[in-house]
Write a protein that binds this ligand. Structure first.
Ligand SMILES: [Zn+2]
Length: 255
């Protein structure tokens, strides 16, 4: 075994690592995780006789730092991904996991989506003004339903808009648990967390609400998952309104 070395910041990019623990006083790196385990999983080695059952655990490293063992882990557990990574330029390597890390942090740090139900409490100004007014464009909403059904007779435009607004905002319920607290005036409960999670991820990948509804339908049929049944682009719109409201509220707390 090659002798252990002191930590070098360049290891992060060279060996595809993410720092997970830093000493609060000395700022020394205490532990790192293998990005390939974290974001891609270990690769199955076909035909190889395994001494032990394949693990799905992430590989963490802590000092003293044995770069030969890190290299060996990458080559043995991630042969394809490691070959792909090694072929990248230094500049490409620097952004390769940085993009994934920030994307995952944005979603998962702020949305603890591993429970059965998601609950959010939101302020009146964010829901009423930003989501209810700025993010609701009556002309676009009306044009869409008229496109879907040209024979529709809009008897009362304002009544139709009010109905569309109610529908778009239907996940935001008055928070009866508190009296007159503007900062906690609304609450949202997402009961099908996996469906919400997929919707947010697909929209953040650049898909339209209609495409997302179709894609989740494919996932539902492929996995025979009853929990994903019944999605449509209107529900995706409701989810995205919730996601934006929660994100804005998080930003407001940070400022
Ligand atoms: Zn790994």
């Amino acid at each position: 075994m090659v002798q252990a070395r002191p930590w070098q910041p360049g290891y992060v990019v060279t060996y595809a690592l993410q720092v997970t623990e830093v000493d609060p006083i000395t700022k020394n790196v205490l532990s790192v995780v293998c990005c390939m385990c974290k974001y891609h999983g270990r690769e199955l080695t076909l035909g190889a006789v395994r001494k032990r059952k394949q693990t799905h655990k992430f590989k963490f490293w802590s000092g003293p730092w044995h770069i030969d063992l890190m290299l060996q882990h990458n080559k043995e557990q991630h042969p394809l991904k490691w070959a792909e990574y090694e072929a990248l330029s230094q500049g490409e390597k620097k952004v390769f996991y940085a993009t994934l890390i920030s994307h995952n942090n944005a979603l998962y740090r702020y949305f603890k989506i591993d429970g059965d139900v998601l609950e959010f409490v939101l302020s009146r100004s964010i829901v009423d003004i930003i989501i209810g007014k700025l993010m609701f464009r009556p002309d676009d909403e009306l044009a869409e339903i008229e496109d879907e059904d040209p024979d529709i007779i809009v008897v009362s435009r304002s009544a139709k808009i009010a109905k569309l607004r109610r529908h778009a905002m239907s996940l935001f319920k008055a928070n009866d648990d508190v009296d007159d607290d503007e900062s906690r005036a609304y609450k949202v409960e997402i009961k099908i967390v996996k469906r919400f999670q997929l919707a947010i991820q697909f929209v953040s990948a650049g898909m339209s609400f209609k495409q997302v509804a179709v894609a989740i339908g494919h996932v539902q049929r492929t996995l025979s998952s009853a929990k994903l049944i019944g999605i449509n682009d209107h529900i995706i719109g409701q989810y995205i309104r919730v996601f934006i409201a929660v994100t804005i509220q998080k930003i407001a707390f940070l400022l």
